[in-house]
Write a protein that binds this ligand. Structure first.
Ligand SMILES: Nc1ncnc2c1ncn2[C@@H]1O[C@H](COP(=O)(O)OP(=O)(O)OP(=O)(O)O)[C@@H](O)[C@H]1O
Ligand SMILES: O=P(O)(O)OC[C@H]1O[C@H](OP(=O)(O)OP(=O)(O)O)[C@H](O)[C@@H]1O
Ligand SMILES: O=C(O)c1cccnc1
Length: 490
């Protein structure tokens, strides 16, 4: 077992504290709605790739406090009421979940998940959901950037040894694959998710033998059709390549083929060009060149610009740790309360306008131009609103409201789908291959301007008129109720 899938203690203490305080208050059954979203795109990218849903839903479905968990809580200085601890024995997540499909291209401030349920269960799950979705979305987005620069080259995820612990390695490998990587070196991820597993050999293999040639020959004997030889242990051009070529020619004489060589240090542009030349001159034109060594989308782009002759890329540290931005900063905010059988929107005000939450239970529509087939904007609406494809739509920037656009002939795709009801899955989750395919299709919905890696255009995420007004009214109301009377007192 890699991790306990429904681990109820995988949470922050304050969630348990609030559960208890609600229970003591008798307020734990209050019905609430929360949104999960992020505020800023990572890596200067123009979009993010939503990932982590499968893990999140498995967690919600299996959420349990074990006897050991309860015994641990019982030992805490709070001395929780035994009836509360007893209640935890039968605790299950019984809420409803609406989610954007995994692999969807998503943007800041749009709900990726909406959860409705009792406040106690919704508090408990916040930490774990942010943990799963934040990390996997980050790695999937980084992987999408790397996939973009690599074109049709084979890209392999090599990060396990550098990942922040084992579950990060495994779920990171999955996130990379759904965003377009071709394979992983992580064997467990292969077994668990069906991701193709792939690999070469390390420097220690070469060091282990009397000399490099013998090491290469021994490896080729074991894998006569699939050997990729690491050529930089001693001297890439003077030793590694000549020895690899010798073994390649020996394989050729036996009607076999040296699959590849791997470069793992030095000037990868220069070395790959030299290597290609040497391999071609020896007649080993179908031996591929694989590169690794602290690669990311910037180095790959640069190497390609330098004319590097690299066919395949192994990427570890910078992908699996989301090196240049290690947190997505996703948030989970209460957006509505059930009062006397009615949903009432709630808001969190902040002195920073971008942190003011958008109140109410919401849907997200992707507006697709029927003529071009391209996405024009995402529109966040109140759940009660229906976007009528037959009526022209006026979209406006929620901050600079004078910036308006009238759209006609459009298709409105609802992004948030019901996936769980009363704690039970209501849909069959797509396979990883289906998610990967869906992600590829998603990309074709967007103009290049939004997908480019450097200074992409900002994709519009707008609020419906109704939602925008509701937000302004609530801000006014809060101001009049809480802030102005206080000012008068002062
Ligand atoms: N032609 C190139 N242009 C730009 N970056 C390159 C080029 N060749 C290699 N790089 C990158 O430069 C960095 C080189 O790293 P560094 O100098 O630490 O070590 P190295 O050459 O891999 O050697 P070692 O592994 O022995 O430390 C890596 O991130 C690599 O991807
Ligand atoms: O550079 P990354 O993108 O993180 O990719 C993973 C790295 O892990 C290996 O190096 P390591 O020095 O750990 O082992 P080795 O002896 O097999 O080279 C491999 O050779 C890569 O350089
Ligand atoms: O198979 C490889 O070459 C490999 C795997 C993990 C890390 N570095 C290299």
């Amino acid at each position: 077992m890699l991790e306990r899938i429904g681990d109820a203690l995988h949470t922050d203490k304050y969630q348990i504290t609030m559960m208890y305080a609600h229970w003591k208050n008798g307020s734990h059954q209050r019905k609430r709605a929360f949104d999960l979203y992020f505020r800023h795109l990572p890596f200067g990218n123009g979009y993010a790739v939503f990932a982590g849903l499968e893990r999140a839903l498995q967690y919600l479905e299996n959420l349990r406090f074990t006897e050991e968990d309860i015994a641990f809580l019982a030992r805490q200085p709070e001395q929780y009421d035994p009836d509360f601890l007893d209640m935890l024995r039968t605790f299950r997540f019984q809420g409803d979940v609406y989610a954007v499909p995994e692999g969807t291209i998503v943007f800041p401030n749009e709900p990726l998940l909406r959860l409705e349920g009792n406040v106690m269960e919704l508090q408990l799950v916040e930490t774990a959901l942010l943990n799963f979705i934040g990390y996997q979305t980050l790695v999937a987005t980084k992987a999408a950037r790397i996939r973009t620069v690599a074109g049709n080259d084979l890209v392999m995820e090599f990060g396990t040894r550098r990942a922040q612990e084992s579950t990060a390695a495994i779920w990171g490998a999955r996130a990379a694959y759904l965003a377009g990587f071709d394979a992983t070196s992580n064997v467990r991820a292969g077994e668990r998710f069906g991701i193709p597993i792939i690999g070469t050999h390390s420097h220690s293999w070469v060091q282990d033998f009397e000399n490099e040639l013998e090491a290469f020959r021994a490896f080729a004997r074991a894998f006569p059709e699939q050997s990729v030889l690491l050529v930089d242990t001693y001297d890439t051009l003077r030793s590694g390549l000549p020895h690899a070529i010798q073994v390649g020619l020996e394989l050729k004489q036996q009607g076999k083929r040296l699959a590849g060589i791997r470069l793992d240090s030095g000037d990868l542009a220069y070395l790959s060009k030299q290597a290609r030349k040497m391999l071609d001159e020896a007649g080993l034109t179908d031996t591929r060149i694989i590169a690794s060594s602290d690669l990311d989308e910037d180095t790959i782009l640069n190497l390609k610009a330098q004319g590097a002759r690299i066919d395949s890329w192994g990427i570890g540290t910078k992908l699996i740790t989301a090196y240049d931005q290690p947190a997505l900063g996703a948030v989970y905010k209460m957006v509505a309360k059930m009062e006397q059988g009615q949903w009432v929107p709630t808001i969190k005000i902040s002195s920073n306008p971008e942190k003011v939450t958008t109140p109410g239970r919401k849907n997200v529509y992707r507006i697709i131009d029927k003529v071009t087939g391209k996405a024009q904007a995402d529109l966040i609406t109140h759940v009660d609103e229906r976007v009528d494809e037959k009526t022209p739509l006026v979209l406006f920037d929620p901050v600079h409201t004078y910036r308006k656009k009238r759209v006609t002939h459009f298709q409105a795709i609802e992004l948030l789908q019901p996936v769980m009801r009363n704690g039970e899955l209501t849909v069959e989750l797509p396979s990883l291959e289906e998610i990967r395919r869906y992600h590829r299709e998603q990309r074709s919905l967007f103009w290049e301007e939004y997908l480019r890696l450097l200074n992409p255009e900002e994709y519009p995420v707008d609020l419906s008129n109704k939602l925008w007004k509701m937000k302004q009214e609530l801000i006014q109301q809060i101001y009049q109720t809480f802030v102005e009377p206080k000012k008068k007192q002062d």
